[in-house]
Ligand binder design. Structure first.
Ligand SMILES: [Ca+2]
Length: 389
C-alpha cells in the first residue's frame, strides 16, 4: 500500500483518533461498538471446517508451552502454572501470585521451555511493574524451585504495553517481546530507539553467561549506543509471537494504537535487525505525521478497526495433524472480535485470509501442543482445542 496516496485530512483524522484513545491490552479493553467488517487487503479463501472444543477451564489463561511428557503447560495471569491433563488442568506446579499483580496489563504473561525441556522460563511483571524473566531447572518433568534465578529485567514507565511473551527460536535461543513502555503513542520514542529494550524483540542465550549471554551474531552487536540484546525493533505491543514449528519463520502480532492491527513476519533465514516501524508507522500508515523509515519492514497483514477487531492476538502457523487443510496457515484472532482467522502464505507474501467461522470469545492468546495441536485461550477462562468437524 502506498502511504503517499493518503491525504493529509485522512492522516489528521487518524492522529485525532489516536489521541482520543489509548489502545490497550487484550485482557482489558472494552470492545468498541460493532460495525460491519471492512474489506481486507487480500481475498478470502475457502475455510476448512473447524470447531472449538473446550478442554479445560482456567482463571485468565494467558500463555501455554509444550512441556515434558507431551503435556501442555498453561499459565494464568494472576501467577499460576498448571498442566493440562485428560481431566482439565491440574493443581498449580508454580504459584508466583504473591510476586505479581494483574493491575493494568500486568501479571504472569509468558512461559517457555528450552529445547529438551531442560529449563523453564517465566515472564511476568513484578510488584513494581518491572518486566522480569526467571529460569527454573526441570528434572524428571518437574520444576526445581530452588534453582530459580532471574535472567533479565526491564523497568516499565507505564502499566500497559508490557509485551511479555517469550519463546525459544529454532536456533535454541530465547526471544523476549517487550512493548514500547506504554501510555499511548509511544511518548518516549522507544520503538525506534535502539538504546532501550522497550518496543523490541530480544534474543539472548540464557545459559551462555551470568545472567545471560548475548549471541555474537545478534544484529546490533558492536553498534555504539545500541542494546546488543535487540533482535528486532519498531514494535508497539508485540503481545503474542511465535515461531513456525516446521519452517522456523517468526510471526508477531503487534497491537495497534487506534487504527491498524498488524501481523509481522520474518523468514527463518532472517539475520535480525528488522525495523517494524512503530512509532513512525502504524501498520503501513504514517503515525501522527511520522516518516516511514527507509528500512521499514511493513506488516504482512493489517486490518483496521472499522470492523469488530480492536486488538490483534497473534497465534501460530498450524502444524497439527487433525486439520490437513489448515496446515501451514497462520491462525490468529482479535480480542474484541474473537473470530479465528487464518493467513495463507506463498513466497513470504500473504495471499489469502480465511474466516474459520468460529469464535473463541475474547481471545487473549494461543498455545501449541507438542503434537502441533493448536489451543485458544480466552478471557472467559476457556481453553479450547481447535479440531476438525
Ligand atoms: Ca509496524
Amino acid at each position: 500500500m502506498n502511504v503517499r496516496t493518503r491525504t493529509s485530512a485522512v492522516i489528521g483524522t487518524i492522529a485525532l483518533a489516536a489521541s482520543l484513545a489509548l489502545s490497550s491490552h487484550p485482557a482489558l479493553s472494552a470492545a468498541p461498538a460493532g460495525a460491519p467488517s471492512s474489506a481486507s487487503m487480500v481475498a478470502p479463501h475457502r475455510a476448512p471446517a473447524v470447531a472449538l472444543e473446550e478442554v479445560a477451564k482456567a482463571q485468565n489463561p494467558i500463555a501455554g508451552a509444550a512441556g515434558p511428557r507431551g503435556q501442555l503447560w498453561i499459565a494464568e495471569r494472576a501467577g499460576t502454572v498448571r498442566i493440562l491433563g485428560k481431566q482439565g488442568l491440574g493443581t498449580p506446579v508454580l504459584d508466583i501470585s504473591a510476586e505479581t499483580t494483574t493491575d493494568g496489563e500486568r501479571g504472569l504473561l509468558g512461559i517457555a521451555f528450552s529445547p529438551g525441556h531442560r529449563h523453564f522460563y517465566i515472564s511476568y511483571t513484578d510488584l513494581e511493574g518491572t518486566s522480569t524473566v526467571d529460569e527454573f531447572a526441570v528434572r524428571d518433568g518437574r520444576l526445581r524451585p530452588e534453582t530459580r534465578r532471574t535472567v533479565l529485567t526491564q523497568t516499565q514507565p507505564y502499566a500497559n504495553h508490557n509485551g511479555g511473551d517469550i519463546a525459544f527460536g529454532p536456533d535454541g535461543l530465547l526471544y523476549i517481546a517487550l512493548g514500547d513502555g506504554g501510555s499511548g503513542g509511544d511518548p518516549h520514542g522507544n520503538g525506534q530507539n535502539l538504546g532501550t529494550l522497550l518496543g523490541k524483540i530480544l534474543r539472548i542465550d540464557p545459559r551462555g553467561g551470568t545472567p545471560y549471554a548475548i549471541p555474537e551474531d545478534n544484529p546490533f552487536v558492536g553498534e555504539p549506543g545500541a542494546k546488543e540484546e535487540i533482535w528486532a525493533y519498531g514494535l508497539r505491543n508485540p503481545w503474542r509471537f511465535s515461531f513456525d514449528k516446521t519452517a522456523g519463520d517468526l510471526w508477531i502480532g503487534d497491537v495497534g494504537q487506534s487504527d491498524w492491527e498488524e501481523i509481522d513476519r520474518a523468514p527463518a533465514s532472517s539475520k535480525g535487525g528488522e525495523n517494524y516501524g512503530w512509532s513512525q508507522m502504524e501498520g503501513t500508515h504514517p503515525f501522527r505525521g511520522g516518516t516511514e523509515p527507509a528500512n521499514h519492514v511493513p506488516p504482512v497483514y493489517e486490518y483496521d478497526r472499522t470492523g469488530l477487531g480492536c486488538s490483534v492476538t497473534g497465534g501460530y502457523v498450524y502444524r497439527g495433524k487433525d486439520i490437513p487443510a489448515l496446515k501451514g496457515r497462520y491462525v490468529f484472532s482479535d480480542y474484541c472480535d474473537g473470530t479465528l482467522r487464518a493467513l495463507t502464505v506463498d513466497g513470504g507474501k500473504v495471499t489469502g485470509v480465511t474466516d474459520l467461522g468460529v469464535s473463541g470469545g475474547e481471545v487473549v492468546s494461543f498455545a501449541q501442543g507438542c503434537d502441533g495441536a493448536l489451543y485458544v485461550l480466552a478471557q472467559s477462562g476457556s481453553v479450547f482445542r481447535i479440531k476438525a468437524t
